[in-house]
Design a binder for this molecule. Structure first.
Ligand SMILES: [Fe+2]
Length: 239
C-alpha cells in the first residue's frame, strides 16, 4: 500500500550539510534553538529521497513557481535575510517593539521544512498515479512541517510559523514573527516573479496575481546564488 522512501539515520554528516547549506543558522543566538533548527532539517531530509537541502529544486509548489537557477537553499536563505531585515528595521527604529529576532531567523530557515516530503519524487509518483488513494499531495508542506517541528521539539513559536507561512495561516491569528516570515516569503516570490527570475511555466499564476515578469538584463548565469559556509566553523555550531 505504502510507497515511501526508507527512513535514513540522522548522522552528524547530515546535520553538517544543513549548516553548510544554511549558514544563517549561525545568526540564532540561542544554542538550543539553533540545534533544533539543524535537527528539523536533518529529520525531514532523512524521511525523504533528498540527500541535502541544495538537492531540492527551487520551487514554491511542485510544478508551479520555479526559479530558473539555484536551489531551495537560495529561497530559504533569501526569505530569512528579508525577514531578518524587516525585524532589524523595526528593532532599530522602535526599540520598544518586542520582536524575537531568534524566532524570526529560525522561522525563516525552517518555514519550508516540509518540502522534502511534498516534493519527494517517490511520494509524488504514488500520489500522481492515483490521487483518489491518499490525495495529491497527501499533505502540503506546511502541515508536514508541523510533524517535523513537533518531532524534534521546536518551540511552538517556530512551528506556528511553519504552518502559517502560507495560506494555511489564513485560518489562524498569526504571531508577530509569523507575520514577518509570511510577508517575507510572499514578497520573495512576488519580486522573483516580477524580475523575470521564474521559469515561464509560472507565468499563468503570475498573471492571475497581476505580476508581469520583466526581461532579464543579462543572459542567465549558471550555478547557485549564495555561497556555502566554509569548512571552518561548521563543527563549532554543532557542539
Ligand atoms: Fe517559502
Amino acid at each position: 500500500m505504502s510507497s515511501a522512501p526508507a527512513r535514513r539515520p540522522i548522522t552528524d554528516e547530515l546535520r553538517q550539510s544543513v549548516i553548510e547549506d544554511l549558514p544563517e543558522v549561525t545568526w540564532i543566538t540561542n544554542a538550543d534553538l539553533r540545534a533544533k533548527v539543524v535537527e528539523a532539517w536533518a529529520y525531514a531530509l532523512a524521511e525523504s529521497s533528498f540527500s541535502r537541502i541544495t538537492d531540492l529544486p527551487p520551487e514554491g509548489n511542485p510544478g508551479t513557481f520555479l526559479v530558473q537557477r539555484g536551489t531551495q537553499a537560495d529561497h530559504l536563505r533569501g526569505v530569512t535575510r528579508i525577514a531578518t531585515s524587516i525585524a532589524d528595521e523595526f528593532l532599530s527604529a522602535y526599540p520598544e517593539a518586542d520582536i524575537d529576532r531568534d524566532v524570526v531567523v529560525a522561522g525563516g530557515l525552517v518555514h519550508d521544512v516540509g518540502k522534502p516530503y511534498e516534493f519527494d519524487p517517490v511520494r509524488r509518483a504514488k500520489w500522481t498515479a492515483d490521487p483518489s488513494r491518499a490525495g495529491l499531495p497527501a499533505l502540503r508542506h506546511p502541515v508536514y512541517g508541523i510533524h517535523v517541528g513537533m518531532s524534534v521539539g521546536l518551540p511552538e513559536e517556530v512551528t506556528h510559523i511553519v504552518l502559517s507561512h502560507s495560506f494555511e495561516g489564513d485560518f489562524l491569528t498569526r504571531s508577530l514573527e509569523g507575520i514577518i516570515v509570511h510577508r517575507a516569503d510572499s514578497l520573495w516570490w512576488a519580486v522573483a516573479g516580477s524580475a523575470g527570475l521564474l521559469d515561464p511555466r509560472s507565468n499563468s499564476i503570475l498573471d492571475s496575481r497581476k505580476i508581469a515578469p520583466r526581461a532579464l538584463k543579462n543572459n542567465l548565469p549558471k550555478g547557485s546564488v549564495h555561497t556555502r559556509l566554509p569548512e571552518v566553523g561548521k563543527k563549532a555550531i554543532l557542539d
